[in-house]
Ligand binder design. Structure first.
Ligand code: FES
Ligand code: FE2
Length: 362
């Protein structure tokens, strides 16, 4: 029996393959998921493939300059259309060479004229809802999904304030991290700093000042907001221009369910995004950005330091938790909810569990 507390979430939510399958077909198919950065598809015909909810998709830049996302499946007999990333004049299926315009319309195919009454205008690749958020491409498999500004009110403006040069940023590198845990374990770990002082000496004595750390759900929408002052601007491995507003602060905007914008002191943008790969595995990407994607030793050093410290420390935590959730000896206990909020409160876990439970149980 689990403890009779409103904040508990049974271990099966993290270990049961049928719960994961429900999330994949439900939650992941009707929420905004990160696809990539606009600069990766800057020119006409540029494309890249990616996976959401077990579906292969691709983003491609049209002749009209519009960025579109399609399911990566030919409408003839369902062969996959493209792989990896590249640039092309038309999308040509490798199976029987049906050819599509960059807009998704069928352009032609071998011997199609022999089919009486065949109307090629009736065939088009299946499009997926796509939004650009400060250059970051998000998709939603639900054609009726509310726009991102409804899901995440105020975040677009807040980011522009914290990262005034955001429009000039391009990815410098992606750090890819495989974690042997359910995606929700990783997200919950990301969303509290109750564990930081004991487990993240570098983060907690440099990037953030634990006494000022606060993570709480935004009043509206599906956003968790982290704010804190920087503990030690001198400990940051790069120059900080204090004349820029918010240069001394750290903040993070977590967009339910699997993306987060983080701003390090000095207005340095970096991101997290997660992809669930099974009930007990997920992959996390740390994105680091510079103006025009120009090389920057300091940012590369920061990415290396982050991978070697905070990321490594978190992997050990989340993988241990996943093992523990499979233990017969685990009984869920109440969360630590401090009415005064602060670094040692788990308010955001409570909110996440509400969203998680709703996603599975409706
Ligand atoms: S499946 Fe694509 S052309 Fe036949
Ligand atoms: Fe952590």
């Amino acid at each position: 029996m689990s403890a009779p507390s409103a904040d508990t979430l049974d271990a099966r939510y993290y270990t049961d393959p049928s719960v994961y399958e429900r999330e994949r077909l439900g939650l992941m198919a009707r929420t905004w998921q990160f696809a990539g950065h606009e600069s990766e598809v800057a020119r006409i015909g540029d494309y890249f493939t990616f996976q959401v909810a077990g579906e292969s998709l691709f983003c491609i830049r049209g002749r009209d300059g519009v960025l579109r996302t399609f399911y990566n499946v030919c409408q003839h007999r369902a062969h996959q259309l493209v792989e990896g990333a590249g640039s092309t004049r038309f999308v040509i299926c490798p199976y029987h060479a049906w050819t599509y315009e960059l807009s998704g319309k069928l352009r032609g195919g071998p011997n199609l004229r022999a089919v009486p009454g065949f109307d090629k205008n009736s065939v088009c690749l299946t499009a997926v809802r796509t939004e650009i958020f400060h250059g970051f491409i998000f998709v939603n498999l639900d054609p009726d999904a509310a726009p991102m500004d409804v899901w995440y009110p105020g975040v677009r403006d807040a980011l522009a304030e914290y990262v005034p040069h955001i429009a000039t940023l391009k990815p410098l590198e992606w750090v890819i991290i495989d974690e042997a845990c359910n995606w929700k374990v990783s997200i919950e770990n990301y969303s509290e700093c109750y564990h930081c002082t004991i487990n993240h000496p570098t983060f907690a004595t440099g990037v953030v000042r634990p006494e000022t750390y606060d993570i709480r759900p935004q009043e509206a929408g599906f956003v968790l907001r982290h704010t804190t002052e920087c503990q030690s601007l001198e400990a940051m491995p790069y120059e900080i221009d204090l004349s820029v507003p918010h240069a001394q602060e750290y903040c993070s905007y977590f967009l339910w369910p699997m993306f987060s914008f983080q701003v390090y002191p000095g207005n340095v943008l970096n991101t997290y995004h997660w992809r669930a790969t099974g009930v007990d595995s997920c992959t996390v990407w740390r994105g680091w950005y510079t103006e025009n994607g120009w090389d920057d030793d300091a940012i590369r050093r920061l990415a290396i330091q982050d991978r070697a410290t905070t990321v490594e420390e978190d992997i050990r935590l989340v993988e241990s938790v996943q093992r523990g959730l499979r233990s017969r000896g685990y009984r869920p206990a109440p969360l630590v909810i401090d009415p005064a909020f602060g670094v040692n409160s788990e308010h955001s876990i409570l909110k996440l569990r509400e969203w998680m439970r709703e996603a599975v149980d409706g």
